[in-house]
Ligand binder design. Sequence first.
Ligand SMILES: *[C@@H]1O[C@H](CO)[C@@H](O)[C@H](O)[C@H]1NC(C)=O
Length: 251
Amino acid sequence: MSVERCRVSLIALVASLAIASCAQVEDPCKTKSRVVADDKYCDKYWECDSGQAVQYDCPNGLVFAGKHRGVTEGCDYPWRSNYCEYPKVQINPPIGTEHCDWLYGIFGHETSCTRYWTCWNGTATEQLCIGGLLYNENAHSCDWPENVDGCQKHPLCNEDPNGNVPLGKSCNRYWQCQGGYPRLQRCPAMLVFDRRSLRCVVPPTEECDVPTTTPQPQEEEDVKQGQQNSKRTSNNEYQDGQGQGRQRNRN
Ligand SMILES: *[C@@H]1O[C@H](CO)[C@@H](O)[C@H](O)[C@H]1NC(C)=O
């Protein structure tokens, strides 16, 4: 407890709310982390500065998560955890910029179901959902189309809602439409996608030779012994970028 702050409040006879507040907020100078959450406002916190408890605001759109937690300054996106449970509320109003409802956050795209915006200090960066996924505003992430209300089925599947569609020039990946929703698929090892019959077939076809590349990592356990294990990698093949992104994050 901050005895000093309470006494000051009482002497000054400030609003009873402030007194109630000071009676509940732990003194950050008496904690090991020297930072404590505000007891009423989830987007405010108290830090011990030169022996004094000083109140701070989280960056606009973020709420206090704890020292060294969250995405920046100990603050996080409110939907990432139960940071802001009743009776705590976010008190600072949103500061919007183009594409951003708040200065920090992840927001839906105005015209596209496969795109969304990440906002950092009011600067929006357009992001793309891959692999037939759509942006889910509730989950703040890319999700299967059937979980995303209000987004039409993908135009890829307009021609045949349950057909296969070639993926660019890829010889082993293709889209499989299921009820109008596309799923990214890969032909079984040693087969290639035939753009004419829209099926996986034994190569060669007009566009695709017998595969000479090694399989992708997730296929390795299916690879039978005796199959050619060429030193050439398949990394220059079409990638959806997911695995690469995760690897980068680990560094
Ligand atoms: C956020 O942007 C404003 C101006 O747009 C700038 O003054 C401020 O320093 C930025 N804050 C951070 C944490 O980058």
